[in-house]
Write a protein that binds this ligand. Structure first.
Ligand SMILES: [Zn+2]
Length: 125
């Protein structure tokens, strides 16, 4: 299925960043309230636990459940909570927010968090 991987380098906008490892799968981080924090417009690397403002569309040989499992473990490691404390529905929702935005995208396209159709409560539901 279509999914997002970390880019080889930051995107071409001045405020783009990529502290992730190129090619790792991305998910969405819980969004905090800190003013000036970039987590609102960052994807979270599932291996590095670091942020990137862009993702690259790839074809990944996995199903939604497999990616959601990785997304849940990633958010657990990121927050220090046990994976069981992260709602499965939340993990699925994060994966769908990403895959839903990729339907009309080509492999290799650059996608930003702003391109996703995010519900206000994605991170805190
Ligand atoms: Zn933040």
């Amino acid at each position: 299925m279509r999914y997002l991987a970390a880019p080889p380098a930051p995107g071409d906008r001045p405020d783009d960043f990529a502290w992730t490892m190129p090619g790792e799968l991305l998910t969405l981080p819980p969004v905090c309230d800190s003013p000036g924090c970039a987590c609102e417009r960052a994807f979270l690397g599932t291996a590095s636990l670091r942020g990137s403002s862009t993702g690259i569309v790839i074809d990944v040989p996995m199903e939604e459940d497999g990616i959601a499992r990785i997304a849940r473990e990633t958010v657990a490691r990121h927050t220090g909570l046990p994976p069981g404390a992260i709602e499965w529905a939340e993990a699925i929702e994060a994966v769908r927010a990403i895959t839903g935005a990729l339907v009309d995208r080509d492999l290799g396209d650059v996608v930003r968090v702003a391109d996703l159709d995010l519900e206000e409560e994605v991170a805190g539901a």
